[in-house]
Design a binder for this molecule. Structure first.
Ligand SMILES: [Zn+2]
Length: 380
């Protein structure tokens, strides 16, 4: 969703923490509103510098709060065996990108509830700081932390609304899943509810423009969030259907049996001109006497100084075929798709008895889906 573009801040426990560019809008908005309106109103008589430094501190702590919320989702997800490689903060909050669906309703419930609970916990801590500031009669600190505990509580409550894929919608889906025994059916109902909820927010937001009395409790902001929820609910449902569909298909059905492999004695120069420049692949398997002995990727070529391309051969720069890039014909197509997503690879190889049987790329999966899958809009 909001994973394209943006900045990588760093990694926590192997999880990439990213900032989408849209996040700066919300950061600036919070800092500006606090420094120019809220803080001067509730703690009058301070310098502009005092207001602005408090406002920036609040915006940063708000950011840390959202991150903590997402990290708690990620932590519980990992304990349930679902890898999370990426957390992205963007204009509407944060998103921990899970590489797979939860295995059971109970896992989903724990994962979903972890975030709002974390937000409540932070709200309690910030409330404590606000109390201390009240005792110390520091009005600026009190105002700042009042804002912080309140906004974390809002975050917890908003996320518990039953609009899938919000946390509350996930809790709802976990309940439906437990009741119906079907993840797909549960997702379908939860996604419909999520879309309905999104449309309601859109109506309120747009309504507040047309009918001013509505402005007391809604703004155009609602419409933006609603629109985001509608598309997120749709995408999540499609993701679930995709998983269910591909999990039933053997990888042999989606692979291309014609794999371009390179011989180990090929010069690096020829590898570049005859293979990398001609085909869109970013790696090739290396084949010798019909057996796969390794692979060579664009990075391996880049690591070699250009003047050596002519006299060095593929065998000098190739690497062993990574375990996670190899599947067997009886593995399923979802396994192939999720491995590509997880390792950010553009292909996985299918081998049978040490011989190359085929290659799976996003394109081969897409082609299979176009010709085979029935995208029935209802539950199945
Ligand atoms: Zn959450």
């Amino acid at each position: 969703m909001a994973s394209h573009g943006g900045i990588t801040l760093g990694r926590i426990g192997g999880i990439r923490i990213g900032l989408d560019y849209s996040w700066f809008i919300i950061f600036a908005l919070i800092a500006f509103l606090l420094a120019s309106a809220y803080l001067p109103l509730v703690a009058p008589g301070m310098t502009a510098l005092a207001y602005w430094s408090s406002a920036v501190m609040v915006a940063l702590l708000f950011f840390a709060s959202v991150l903590f919320h997402e990290l708690s989702h990620a932590f519980i997800a990992r304990r349930a065996g679902i890898p999370v490689n990426n957390i992205v903060l963007f204009i509407f909050g944060g998103m921990a990108q899970m590489e797979d669906e939860p295995g059971s309703p109970w896992d989903e419930f724990k994962m979903a509830i972890a975030g709002p609970l974390a937000s409540v916990l932070i709200a309690v801590v910030f409330f404590g700081v606000a109390l201390a500031a009240a005792v110390a009669e520091n009005r600026l600190l009190l105002a700042s932390f009042n804002y912080l505990w309140f906004i974390n509580l809002v975050l917890a409550v908003f996320n518990m609304l039953p609009g899938f894929p919000l946390d509350g919608g996930r809790v709802f889906r976990a309940g439906l899943w437990k009741l119906t025994g079907s993840l797909r059916r549960a997702t379908w109902i939860a996604a419909l509810t999520g879309q309905g909820f999104g449309w309601l927010l859109i109506a309120l937001g747009v309504g507040s423009l047309v009918y001013p009395p509505l402005r007391a409790f809604a703004s155009i902001w609602f419409a933006l969030i609603g629109w985001f929820l509608v598309s997120a609910a749709r995408n999540s449902y499609q993701q679930t259907v995709l998983k269910e569909t591909l999990a039933r298909v053997p990888v042999a059905d989606v692979m291309n049996p014609e794999v371009t492999a390179v011989p180990p004695a090929l010069s690096v120069q020829r590898l570049v001109t005859d293979y990398f420049l001609r085909e869109s692949a970013s790696s090739f398997p290396v084949e010798h006497d019909g057996a796969i002995i390794g692979m060579v990727a664009v990075e391996d070529v880049r690591a070699l100084p250009r003047e050596e391309w002519e006299r060095r051969v593929v065998a000098d720069i190739m690497r062993p075929l990574a375990e996670e890039r190899v599947l067997h014909p009886e593995d399923d197509a979802w396994d192939a798709a999720s491995r590509m997503a997880k390792h950010n690879a553009d292909s996985v190889f299918v081998t049978a008895d040490g011989r190359m049987a085929g290659i799976v790329t996003r394109a081969t999966i897409a082609r299979w889906l176009q010709t085979h899958a029935t995208w029935a809009p209802g539950p199945a």
